[in-house]
Write a protein that binds this ligand. Structure first.
Ligand code: FES
Length: 159
């Protein structure tokens, strides 16, 4: 008479253990799933703030041998995390700008034949001497940097 009761208790204990194990496994899977989905979303949302912070941390860039670039050409480089350009004009003057379009952030290019800085995304045009927005949708000029040409390098710093 006691045997069936004992058997039921064991089954209940086994069921309870199985249920607890299942709930623990489901909870662990939920945590892993949340982390797998949440971390990329966090990185995506946090990246503009991190980019701005790291960009602000950089105040000067030294471009070794950039003093040798010929007139009428430009050198693309990174100023912190952002693209930038150093232009050596035909008249011997130097200018440097951020290469991030002020419209929607595409990378702009110097076009010496057309004497302009052009954004291919929506046709924005900037003055290559001043960085002023002269045509198309860009609402603001390109940010200009200070240029110091030395014998061994060109130093670019925030104006
Ligand atoms: S992003 Fe440059 S013109 Fe739109």
């Amino acid at each position: 008479m006691n045997e069936p009761v004992k058997s039921n208790n064991i089954e209940e204990v086994t069921d309870l253990t199985t249920r607890r194990a299942f709930i623990a496994a489901a909870g662990a899977a939920g945590i892993v799933y949340t982390a797998a989905v949440g971390y990329p979303v966090y990185r995506y949302l946090a990246s503009p703030a991190e980019m701005a912070a790291s960009a602000a941390a950089v105040t000067e860039v030294s471009l070794k041998d950039a003093q040798k670039i010929p007139t009428g050409s430009a050198l693309m480089f990174k100023f912190g995390p952002s693209p930038a350009m150093l232009i050596h004009h035909e008249d011997g003057t130097w200018v440097a700008f951020t290469a991030v379009c002020t419209h929607l952030g595409c990378t702009v290019q110097y076009e010496p034949a057309a004497n302009r800085i052009h954004c291919a995304c929506h046709g924005g045009v900037y003055d290559p001497n001043t960085g002023a927005n002269v045509s198309g949708p860009p609402p603001k000029p390109l940010k200009r940097f200070t240029v110091l040409v030395n014998a061994a390098d060109v130093k670019i710093s925030r104006a």
